[in-house]
Design a protein around this ligand. Sequence first.
Ligand code: PLP
Length: 448
Amino acid sequence: MDLQIHGQANASLPAAYRQVLVSWSIQGGLNPPVITHAKGCHFHDTNGKAYLDMTSGYVAVPLGHGHPKVVRAIQQQAERLCWVASSYFNDVRAEYAELLNRISPWSEGLRVHFASGGGEANDDAVKIARLVTRRPKVLTAYRSYHGSTIGGSALTGVDRWRDPLPNLPGMVKFFTPYPYRSPFHTREPAEESRRALQHLEQVLSHEGAHNVAAIVLEPMTGSSGMVIYPEGYLQGVRALCDRHGILLVYDEVMTGFGRTGAAFAATRLGVLPDLMSFAKGASSSYTPLGGVLVREGVASHFDTELFDVGHTHAGHVLAVAGGVAALRVYLEEGLFERALEIEGWLREGLGELQRRHPVVGDVRGLGAHFGLELVKDRETREPLVEWHHPGGSAPMKLFYGELMKRGVHAYGRYNVAMVSPPFVITREELSQGLEAFDAALSVVEAAL
Ligand code: PLP
């Protein structure tokens, strides 16, 4: 996997370090830096080295690290109440629901169900859709990532989960538009949208639309390619859902809370779903908070039917207090708008990288959320590494390794490198990060 990080030698570490299984990595030979503390857009290791974080961790800390208002709010909440059963009412949960309604894309309002992370939230979104529609099937995109739980893995389209984990019954995949590498053999975005919608209509017809509870989509894909759907596509999906009584679920785990320059990608793109899963930026990952936002017209179903979903940590008060404090900071400091400003800086800076480096085939993104698609040849668009390359790939390891050497953290998948900095990054810090990208791209090109 490209997430595997090889840092400077830490061979003398106590054995306990290797008794922690490291996510998404072959454990043998791993040698990542040991991170001790972080502030703003930098985190620091035991060798005293600082890393500028160009992807907000896993696109998870839009506020950067150690924002004093959020830290203080969590400390104060910890002294008052950390946890209470989710069957009770609680003032912090209510405050969060009120704040969420302030940024809701739905004029009818919303209700919130809490989870601890994105995968769990997606599992719950599917459960809610099935409870509301009493239908079994769920459609998701081949090029998608929805989490590492059993449900999230089954929803996920990329192949990395398939070998050990068979799909779950009722989970059906379809192709979505990808203008740079069209699965529908088009060269024109409007045509790409049109054919992709025809394809989806055919899938619905073969699966029986009346059996389909939900279509689950990232409104723009995240780690599985940073693909932005062409104009008309999401509108078309919305229309198909309306025609067949299917609930449209957006996975806004990555795109929610300002990442695309608006509270939600739904707001930025102007096409509204019925449910949205969220996590990551909700609390800027200061506390493990996720959940599902349900528009009022759907949530009211449960006024007379059993809401048969829950977790011990659903609405964990300390976790939600982190969410309240983070959302207050986003609003008070105008950080969703800041992500729009960063979009301008990224278009300029990444555009320049594309001009300088033939290996950069495509640059695309919204807000503070961009991807660089790397290719061997710009004319043929042959990917720098294969999409389904098992176990990572030498050129991408070289790329991320060079960034690490230069004190810059970033990640991505396959041949798409992500650039999703914290919203608090300064223009100067961003330029420093992009200089490291420039150098790392040169190293990759020299090795080609
Ligand atoms: N959905 C999307 C779009 C994601 O990007 C991720 C994580 O990267 C998830 C779901 C899973 O979230 P978590 O890792 O919090 O379970």
